[in-house]
Design a protein around this ligand. Structure first.
Ligand SMILES: [Zn+2]
Length: 431
């Protein structure tokens, strides 16, 4: 047995002094800071450290197998652990084959097996014509399936222009559908180095239109849906109304939408390119309001790296560059640095980045510090700063390079032991 004593820990939604008792892989008790725990090995946190539950990042593109030169399970999960993230859920596209049937899921599990430093779950994919595969994927343990309502950027993962048939299939077994919500009819081809032109090519109205379509289909079918990477704050009233009306919808946004603004993106700096795009500062303020009032449920990374060549930094053309921001290792300090400025607490950050993502995928032993939970923990020094330098990501490009951030992750525990170079991560199945 181990007892971890912390003057500051996030437990039951608030910061408090506790002692966490760990037996094997599990938290078996949470007691008073100085309670006697006979026979237990003692671990004392420093006064400037806060004990958090390990974060759960349900939006990670690992890209292995098939595009492992973009990112792979070993590097992605090492980066996750270094950033205090103890569970990731891998997206079904950009790897080859895409995870659109059970055979492809098994290929992906084989690629991940034995290489992971944190626990890894998997999303399946919904593409035109694979409605018949969705039940099989669900039964094989995916946490849900993802679709695109617009071109995905890779030809092997075509969009579902009308998600109704897939949603009907999913509703039959009470599954979960994630949707990349942009409307291709309102998006134009981007070209050139001017960031403002790129944002104009993918307007907020394109997101709003696709979200309206998704909500209508969810209403019609009764299926559970989740909007990934919300950038348009204009969609918040519609999402809040749908939630109030009982539509089964949840919403995530990402650290980049909460911390980067269109005004500051240098022309030609394609490290900032993602779809939907980072928008203006007034939009960002409204996204924070949406998080504060609960319309946005959670913050996940959408870590989606590629090779440096594909970012086309030499031309800086936002039309040609791959869209995706690398941030897995940094999502906690990036989000915390901005959250503290806006008066939010670490308990808020834990709710957005651990508890709610765990709830989304129904991982009942992840996302909080309580008896019966996996002993997945992160030790954070929230007031210490660091400058973003070398990361564990396979490729070094990130828009956060050189930034000074608050929040140093000093240690990460996975199921009862600190993460080391030996990969102990497990492949998860839906409970
Ligand atoms: Zn993504």
């Amino acid at each position: 047995m181990i007892v971890i004593r912390a003057d500051r820990a996030i437990v039951d939604g608030a910061e408090q002094p506790v002692a966490v008792v760990v037996d094997g892989e599990l938290i078996v008790d949470v007691v008073e800071r100085d309670a006697a725990v006979p026979g237990a090995e003692e671990v004392l946190l420093a006064p400037d450290e806060v004990l958090l539950p390990g974060l759960v990042d349900t939006h990670v593109h690992v890209n292995e197998p098939g595009r492992a030169e973009w990112e792979g399970f070993a590097t992605a999960t090492r980066a996750a652990a270094a950033g205090g993230v103890t569970t990731i859920v891998d997206m079904p596209l950009n790897s080859l084959p895409p995870t659109v049937d059970v055979a492809a899921l098994e290929i992906k599990r084989k690629a991940a097996d034995g290489r992971c430093s944190v626990d890894v779950g998997f999303w399946g994919g919904a593409v035109p014509g694979n409605e018949g595969e969705l039940r099989g994927l669900h039964d094989a343990g995916v946490q849900g399936v993802k679709c695109f309502l617009i071109d995905s950027g890779v030809p092997e993962f075509p969009p579902l222009l009308d998600p109704t048939a897939a949603l009907r299939a999913i509703a039959a077994f009470d599954g979960l559908m994630l949707a990349h919500a942009e409307d291709g009819a309102l998006v134009t081809a981007a070209k050139g180095r001017h960031y403002a032109d790129f944002v104009a090519s993918r307007p907020a109205a394109a997101e709003d239109s696709a979200i309206a379509r998704l909500l209508a289909a969810a209403r019609e079918t009764g299926a559970r849906v989740h909007v990934v990477h919300l950038s348009s704050a204009d969609a918040l009233p519609m999402l809040a109304a749908a939630k109030a009306e009982g539509v089964r919808v949840t919403v995530e946004t990402c650290p980049h939408y909460l911390t980067l603004t269109a005004e500051e993106v240098p022309d030609g700096d394609t490290r900032f390119k993602c779809c939907p795009p980072v928008r203006g500062s007034a939009n960002q303020d409204a996204l924070w309001q949406g998080l504060a009032d609960g319309t946005i449920d959670m913050v996940v990374s959408d870590h989606s790296p590629c090779t440096p060549e594909l970012k086309r930094l030499e031309t800086g053309d936002f039309g040609e560059a791959w869209g995706g921001i690398a941030s897995l290792q940094l999502s906690l300090p990036v989000t915390w640095s901005a959250a503290r400025e806006r008066g939010h607490s670490l308990a808020d950050v834990v709710r957005w980045m651990a508890q709610r993502p765990a709830d989304l995928v129904g991982l009942s032993r992840k996302g909080c510090i309580a008896a019966g939970q996996d002993a997945d923990l992160a030790v954070l020094a929230p007031d210490e700063t660091f400058v973003v330098g070398q990361l564990h990501h396979r490729n070094p490009l990130t828009p956060y390079s050189g930034r000074t951030l608050h929040g140093v992750v000093r240690n990460t525990w996975l199921r009862g032991a600190p993460v080391t170079a030996v990969p102990r991560g497990r492949l998860l199945r839906r409970e």
